[in-house]
Design a protein around this ligand. Structure first.
Ligand code: PEP
Length: 242
């Protein structure tokens, strides 16, 4: 399975900053042995779509609404992302679960909307530090998967321990491998052979110096990268490690 290296720009970058970053990514993307994806803020989608056209780099959104259109001021519908050139969309990122109180049911509805619009949803799951300390990481992630994934799920999962995002701290190799195996077994248990084909990304403080070892762990099918995706040299180094 080809690994997917996805960059989540979050609420960062203005046009003048995005343009050179996109140009450097396009220049460095040739010959990569992984799939590369960037998820800019909505204001940069059309700029990014133009800059990436003709390159192997795919475009994604950072969230979508569960409805295809309507009176939802400030939100973005999945068909709008598709129309802007996106092929993927992140749903259920822990920052959205925390900042916007998104529930697993909300995330499931967004994932369904994404698929209906022809997008590949990347559904984020992950435990808090206190949940890990209490020995509940696998049960928390298992419940998130049960409730956030639609039937017949066709997308990717990003396992992102909340306490590892933007902190420079990552779980041990054993903890990551064991969680990815747990996720795989939940996926195959529910979706059969289709569950074996789902890419399971790891996210949380992935950097060029840890990417190689993380991406070689069992069942790690790529990475969701926040901070390091804002720098072309770092992001391409992670992609080359994949
Ligand atoms: C993220 O926001 O999905 C993320 C993994 O961030 P970072 O790489 O900065 O920890």
């Amino acid at each position: 399975m080809r690994r997917l290296i996805a960059g989540n720009w979050k609420m960062n970058l203005l046009r003048a900053e995005a343009e050179p970053l996109l140009a450097s990514l396009c220049a460095g993307a040739a010959g990569l042995e992984c799939d590369l994806l960037v998820c800019p803020p909505a204001t940069l989608l059309s700029l990014a779509a133009m800059a990436l056209s003709g390159s192997p780099i795919a475009l994604g959104g950072q969230d979508c609404h569960a409805a295809a259109r309507g009176a939802h001021t400030g939100d973005i519908a999945a068909p709008m992302l598709r129309d802007a050139g996106a092929r993927y969309v992140i749903v259920g990122h822990s920052e959205r679960r925390a900042d916007h109180r998104e529930t697993d049911a909300d995330v499931r509805a967004k994932a369904e909307a994404a698929v209906a619009a022809g997008l590949v949803p990347i559904v984020c799951v992950g435990e808090s530090e206190s949940e890990r300390m209490a020995g509940r990481a696998e049960s928390v992630v298992g419940r998130q998967l049960d409730l956030s994934l639609p039937d017949g799920f066709a997308g990717a999962i990003a396992y992102e321990p909340v306490w590892a995002i933007g902190t420079g701290r990552i779980p041990s190799a054993e903890e990551i491998a064991s969680m990815h195996l747990h996720i795989r077994s939940r996926l195959t248990g529910r979706f059969g052979a289709a569950g074996a084909a789902v890419r399971i990304l790891y996210g949380g403080s992935v950097k060029p110096d840890n990417a190689g070892s993380l991406l070689r762990l069992p069942e790690v099918g790529g990475a969701l990268v926040g901070g390091a995706s804002l720098d072309a040299v770092s992001f391409l180094a992670i992609a080359r490690a994949g």
